[in-house]
Design a protein around this ligand. Structure first.
Ligand code: BEZ
Length: 390
């Protein structure tokens, strides 16, 4: 029986698709190394990232780029002193194809160095260390999150627009805190404000009392804070308990109130923060993501879950372009930069340095949600100082 040209074309396409699927299957699973904190002040952030990543994979039939996924895990404890040893467990012992991690900037700097030294694909789903997409940038390194500078800068712009003239900053003394403060200072001083004092304490210390007393005595117009996870819960409660909310308004990078609101309760109500995600973004993409996440994990997602989800999207873009063939490294790394990520946060692109170019929302805490009340910085790119990739 003779077949129409259209039938023959469809049959050939179906054959090709089957051949691709078989070929991809034959190569076995992609080995994904998850290096995240499972203990310590950032433990919940690590869980949310892993949940988000796995949700995207599940939504795609357990595969990325036609390849099934095998997970390898290390608890990095948010401890930079153990970071090189930990990342080498994934690279050298487990022979992973791609590294995903982590939360803490100090640990992620060691991951980025190891990824560069070993030419391992590396997607960073949180840690904002500016250097990773600055002087350390490399084609095999991409971030699905932010640089520490980005939300800090946007909050500085918004604080100056609100008419505050003087600010004090308070944070943990490590890369993330210092860079968030630098971003805030850049934005605030560009808008005519002046940062009068920076207060710091060692990570993950939560003895805030002496520093809160100093804020109370200096009475700046506003306090900017970078804290996250368990430390953020304690800081926001201590700030309110000290009676400071009435005299010195508190603002922050959005991590101060993300994934923390159930525990912060009344102390967080009305706080203004800046971040690249807000719970109430009323888009079909965000609504369906939030629903699927709540069904899968019996809890609401936060920014960390979004970043994990988007890390999987970026990996999928790379692997799909290479038809699941890891040997096509240049195809993978180029596609991971070219992708327009259809994120719950809104669509975003990736800069030549490997960092999201994204809207930073101004948010206000209402109940257990961070609700957007505007865009503090539109399509904000990190300056990527020291990166020579074009
Ligand atoms: C960081 O260390 O880069 C970081 C940790 C928690 C939230 C945001 C950034």
């Amino acid at each position: 029986m003779s077949r129409s040209p259209r039938y023959q074309l469809l049959a050939a396409a179906a054959l090709c698709a089957t051949a691709f699927a078989v070929q991809a299957q034959d190569k076995g699973p992609i080995k994904v190394g998850l290096m995240l904190p499972a203990t310590g002040t950032y433990a919940a952030l690590g869980t949310a990232i892993e949940n988000g990543f796995k949700l995207y994979v599940q939504e795609h039939g357990g595969k990325l780029g036609g390849r099934s996924i095998e997970y390898f895990k290390v608890d990095d404890e948010s401890d930079p002193s153990k970071a090189t040893e930990n990342v080498n467990k994934l690279i050298k012992r487990d022979n992973v194809d791609v590294l995903i991690g982590t939360v803490h900037s100090g640990v992620a700097l060691a991951m980025a160095k190891a990824a560069k030294d070993n030419n391992t694909l590396y997607i960073n789903p949180n840690a904002g260390a500016d250097a990773i997409t600055g002087p350390m940038c490399a084609p095999n390194i991409v971030r699905s999150s932010f640089t520490n500078w980005q939300p800090g800068y946007a909050m500085g712009v918004a604080a100056a627009q609100k008419g505050y003239k003087t600010a004090m900053t308070i944070t943990w003394n490590y890369a993330a805190g210092a860079e968030a403060v630098k971003g805030f200072t850049d934005g605030f001083e560009k808008g005519g404000g002046k940062v009068v004092k920076d207060l710091k304490l060692p990570f993950p210390n939560v003895e805030f009392q002496a520093l809160l007393t100093e804020i109370a005595s200096q009475k700046p117009d506003v306090t900017f804070a970078f804290f996250a996870g368990g430390g953020a819960v304690k800081f926001v409660k201590d700030y309110a308990a000290a009676g400071l909310r009435k005299t010195v308004p508190l603002v922050g990078s959005g991590f101060l109130t993300d994934g923390t609101l159930e525990a912060q309760g009344e102390a967080a109500q009305g706080l203004l923060t800046a971040l690249h995600y807000a719970d109430n973004l009323d888009t079909p993409r965000n609504n369906s993501f939030r629903k699927a996440y709540a069904v899968a994990y019996k809890m609401n997602p936060d920014v960390y879950a979004v970043q994990g989800y988007d890390a999987a999207q970026i990996l999928n873009a790379g692997l799909t372009a290479a038809k699941g063939d890891l040997a096509k490294r240049d195809v993978i790394t180029a596609a991971m930069r070219k992708v327009v990520v259809d994120s719950p946060r809104g669509k975003f692109t990736i800069s030549p340095a490997g960092n999201p170019v994204q809207d930073i929302y101004l948010r206000e805490v209402k109940g257990t949600e961070n609700d957007t009340i505007g865009v503090a910085a539109k399509a904000l790119a990190d300056p990527a100082r020291g990166c020579n990739l074009k």
